[in-house]
Write a protein that binds this ligand. Structure first.
Ligand SMILES: [Zn+2]
Length: 220
């Protein structure tokens, strides 16, 4: 079972489940607007106003943190439960790649704050912790190419925001980019888990990565 983490959707699984990031994003934006105005009061107001503003700020950050933790707890619980029922192992992307990917394009301040404040680390920690508890194996796969590779034929495709288009004329798969990503992660996880999958791990991740993945999958 592959799980793709993203900004628009917090998580998308290869089995077709997804958790929208819209609600928490709206909440975050609201927190940030209130925070900005409180911070102004905390520096410019009278002494008692400043103290009050500081207290509210502290309370707000606690509330935001707890909401994030609650959300990540629910998502990881649902994913682990599904893996347990279908006796699957879970493949996720190595997190260092997510930040690199979401920070690829130059964006405005709001967008940067959004991508950097996502609590992917916590979600992964929860998944790993619950995985150990429930006996579900979690694999972190190298994210190189998973978002640009077609899960159907392993050719490089074009990713345009929400949609993915395979460049291989013989395949021509078109669909949801996150869906393709999660299926690719599942596929890489599966190949790594094969007895001969270490061949894939031994391959340097460069322009030949897709080629070697194709070979590994063929021989597995
Ligand atoms: Zn294809």
């Amino acid at each position: 079972m592959g799980v793709d983490f993203g900004r628009r959707d917090i998580a998308v699984t290869s089995t077709g489940k997804s958790w929208s990031g819209k609600e928490i994003q709206d909440k975050r934006d609201k927190f940030n607007r209130v925070r900005a105005s409180l911070q102004k009061k905390a520096t410019l107001g009278t002494r008692s106003t400043r103290r009050r503003a500081r207290n509210i700020l502290k309370r707000l950050s606690g509330r935001e943190r707890r909401y994030q933790a609650w959300l990540n707890h629910n998502i990881s619980k649902a994913i682990i439960n599904e893996a347990k029922q279908s006796q699957s192992l879970i493949a996720i992307e190595d997190l260092t790649g997510i930040r690199a990917r979401t920070n690829q394009k130059p964006r405005n301040k709001t967008e940067r704050r959004r991508s950097n404040s996502w609590a992917f680390y916590q979600l992964r920690q929860f998944l790993e912790y619950k995985g150990i508890k429930e006996g579900i194996e979690i694999l972190a796969v190298n994210p190189a190419y998973t978002s640009q590779t077609c899960h159907g034929c392993l050719h490089i495709g074009l990713r345009n925001n929400k949609s993915f288009k395979c460049s291989n004329k013989a395949c021509g798969w078109i669909g949801d980019a996150d869906n393709n990503g999660s299926l690719m992660i599942a596929l890489v996880g599966l190949s790594v888990n094969q007895p001969r999958g270490s061949e894939l791990l031994a391959c340097p991740i460069d322009s030949r990565a897709t080629e070697s993945l194709r070979c590994t999958l063929a021989s597995a």
